[in-house]
Design a protein around this ligand. Structure first.
Ligand code: NAP
Length: 207
């Protein structure tokens, strides 16, 4: 009798990074591919009330990886302080930041002991770009939240991957990052594999 494969929920599986991660994991794990229009599970991280219920439907998981989360490029001059949630900042806060935080919080009820959560932030937390203040705010918050969460979430591990530009990213997005290195899909997938299998927690892997 063969042992059953470990079960991983991959949110954002059809995206640029998600596809690289899926390719690296699919032969050894049972990967449940989720997204706004996911092939195995439809899940919208910006709908906080739905996340826990959707995860419960899946049953026990060994790991959750998020390569999802939207944020907008926005010139700061157009952001009004009194309406921050409804401004162009709102998507990053509700979707990429709170969506992934809510995913990690919901993971507590479905992850097997010793399981792991891996979130995705990004290089703008430490390398600002023009029009990227929303991304910097969200990515910085994710990196610091993951470090703090690991000190209290002792039943499972939690880490973040903070990539530079990834191979396959559309040209319009690449143009917003002049002078940045493009990293291979294989290299970015290795960072997620390290979070999954190396036993680390509270780490932000910058690549
Ligand atoms: N690409 C890069 O070079 C790069 C570099 C650093 C950081 N990042 C970050 O990495 C993440 C993924 O980037 P990417 O380039 O792979 O993006 P992408 O190609 O646009 O793919 C995003 C994926 O996330 C899913 N998704 C989007 N919003 C969601 C939500 N609210 N709930 C659930 N799933 C959602 C999409 O689902 P559907 O396919 O079903 O629509 C899609 O599969 C983003 O947060 C991005 O900021 C990317």
């Amino acid at each position: 009798m063969t042992a059953s494969r470990k079960r991983i929920l991959l949110v954002g599986a059809q995206g640029v990074i998600g596809q690289h991660v899926h390719a690296a994991l699919k032969d050894r794990y049972e990967v449940i591919r989720a997204g706004l229009d996911g092939p195995d599970l439809t899940l919208d991280l910006s709908k906080a009330a739905e996340i826990a219920g959707k995860l419960q439907q899946l049953g026990p998981l060994d790991a959750i990886i998020s390569t999802a989360g939207r944020a907008r490029f926005v010139p700061m001059a157009s952001v009004e302080p009194a309406a921050i949630e409804s401004s162009a900042y709102g998507l990053g806060l509700q979707d990429k930041l709170l969506g992934q935080v809510n995913l990690a919080l919901a993971a507590r009820s479905v992850l097997k002991p010793g399981g792991s959560v891996t979130l995705t932030s990004g290089t703008t937390s430490h390398d600002p770009i023009l029009g990227g203040s929303s991304l910097s705010m969200v990515n910085g918050a994710l990196d610091h939240w993951v470090r703090a969460a690991a000190t209290e979430m002792r039943a499972f591990r939690i880490n973040a991957v903070s990539p530079s530009l990834v191979e396959g990213t559309p040209p319009a997005a690449l143009a917003a990052f002049p002078g940045f290195e493009i990293i291979s899909g294989q290299r970015v997938a290795l960072a997620y594999l390290r979070c999954l299998e190396s036993g680390i927690s509270g780490q932000v892997i910058r690549i």
